[in-house]
Design a binder for this molecule. Structure first.
Ligand code: ATP
Ligand code: ZN
Length: 472
């Protein structure tokens, strides 16, 4: 809001309320979406690391996001539903879980609360009613619009003056609005529109912006600490969120943070440009931890340019840290009890990491501190190192690289999960061979016992005419 770095002071010391605009769930997420999620995940993790209790709310948009910002066009989810011959709610469910799976593989922590727009229609209607009552919104033809001219501070976040906004389009897209810059709070559902709810203005659905004002206020209260999102949302989405809340008499977010874009060949990666790589495609060839490492290596406010070279260097960098940490762990088993010079160096790198993160979450500098730590660790490991220094180094990797940056999460590594799949399949062959042996020798009790034990761990075995089949 102030267009500069400012000191952050939580409204209530030790407690931080954070809201992040989440995805519209109508397609698989791409690497650009991951930049945003990972950026704010790291911010949340660092604030937690500093001893704050963070309530992290991030919404799921499953209605009302239209194809075009001027309140025209189809609902993105409804259009996808028609394309895939699914119910709109089926589309939302499908891509919600797709998103959640991708985020889990990227080690993005789940939000404390993940409210859905369709689950908060009542709250949105109430907020719209407050706006109408205060004279900042009006009904027209079954829809309700925010009256931008009634709220002079509209534009204060993006710094846009009212007159600069949408210049020249005033007459063409005004339609039933009093002013082309007015935006929809509620839209009348036309014939055939599936996602619709009853409201004081007839059957319809909420505009896209209103859900974030209603749900952030509901779960974080007035004057909550931090509101985040992509830079592309600053105008009109965040501007609208502020206006909707404040014009209805509520104090809104105290700090605004926006991540910059992930680009490819200098252009924003986006679905509509077709220059995107979905996370699922990417994870087939690149370990999700390396993807995360690449994203963390650039500052949230900087543009991240993606290229094959960037992945190669991320791969090498990640391996360097990962291997040093693993070696420290291995050497700890038999380390002698004594102190040595590495201790002071670890302390110094930990401090550098903390300073970098406390300076507007400067992750590239924080990663550099981990590399410096690794140089010193590797140099020390050439000789004998005492237990104390190794424990300190291990804690630095685990607390800073692990808990704060979300790295070294072996549970999500692509290669590991592929290895596991192969291993499970081989082990199942062994078990089913044994069961077959019991059955052929009529030892049915043992064969049933094996099946029972598999069922206990969620594996069901069926006997078909083609032999045993298993699934989990
Ligand atoms: N390339 C990107 N870099 C960083 N963040 C992005 C990028 N693309 C999308 N986002 C973030 O994810 C949010 C949702 O993106 P959205 O679903 O509109 O994707 P998109 O690919 O930009 O789609 P479209 O091209 O249809 O607008 C954006 O508002 C933005 O905050
Ligand atoms: Zn939002």
């Amino acid at each position: 809001m102030q267009r500069q770095k400012v000191k952050f002071v939580a409204g209530t010391p030790g407690k931080i309320g954070m809201y992040l605009c989440g995805p519209t769930v109508y397609s698989d997420a791409h690497l650009g979406h991951a930049k945003k999620e990972v950026a704010f995940d790291v911010i949340r993790r660092y604030l937690t690391h500093r001893g704050n209790a963070v309530r992290y709310v991030s919404n799921i948009t499953d209605v009302g996001h239209l194809l075009n910002d001027a309140d025209e066009g189809e609902d993105k989810i409804a259009r996808r539903a028609a394309l895939e011959k699914l119910e709109p709610m089926e589309v939302a469910e499908k891509y919600y879980w797709s998103f959640m799976d991708d985020m889990a593989r990227l080690s993005v922590q789940r939000p404390s609360i993940q409210p859905r727009a369709t689950g908060h229609i009542t709250e949105q209607i109430e907020l719209i009613q407050e706006l109408i009552a205060r004279g900042h919104a009006y009904e027209a033809g079954g829809s309700v619009y925010f009256d931008v001219r009634s709220w002079p501070s509209y534009g204060k976040l993006s710094g846009r003056k009212l007159d600069d906004q949408e210049e020249g389009t005033r007459e063409t897209v005004r339609g039933e609005k009093r002013d082309a810059r007015d935006f929809a709070l509620w839209k009348k559902a036309e014939h055939g529109h599936i996602m619709r709810w009853n409201s004081p203005w007839g059957s319809g659905f909420p505009g896209w912006h209103i859900e974030c004002s209603a749900m952030s206020l509901k779960y974080l209260g007035e004057n909550f600490d931090i509101h985040g999102g992509g830079l592309d949302l600053e105008f009109p989405h965040h501007e609208a969120e502020i206006a909707q809340a404040e014009a209805a008499g509520h104090g809104f977010a105290r700090y605004w943070m926006h991540n910059n874009m992930l680009t490819i060949g200098g252009e924003k990666m986006s679905k509509s440009k077709g220059n995107f790589t979905t996370l699922k495609e990417l994870f087939e060839r690149i370990d999700p931890q390396v993807v995360r490492f690449l994203l963390v290596g650039s500052h949230y406010r900087s543009v991240t340019e993606m290229s094959e070279d960037a992945f190669v260097s991320a791969q090498n960098g990640y391996r360097r840290l990962h291997d040093a940490r693993a070696e420290v762990e291995r050497r700890l088993v038999s380390a002698p009890k004594r102190s040595d010079a590495l201790s002071a160096k670890v302390t110094q790198h930990v401090q550098a990491f903390e300073e970098a993160m406390s300076d507007d979450f400067n992750t590239p500098r924080a990663v550099a501190a981990l590399f410096n730590l690794t140089s010193d660790v590797n140099a020390a490991l050439a000789g004998e190192v005492g237990r104390e220094a190794l424990e300190q180094a291990k804690a630095a990797y685990d607390e800073l690289g692990g808990q704060v940056l979300g790295l070294f999460d072996s549970g999500v590594a692509n290669s590991a999960s592929q290895d596991d799949t192969a291993l499970v399949s081989t082990l199942m062959d062994v078990v089913l061979d044994a069961r077959q042996h019991y059955r052929l020798s009529k030892q049915y009790e043992q064969s049933d016992a094996l099946r029972g034990k598999l069922a206990d761990v969620g594996v069901t075995v069926e006997d078909t005419k083609d032999g045993q089949r298993w699934k989990r």
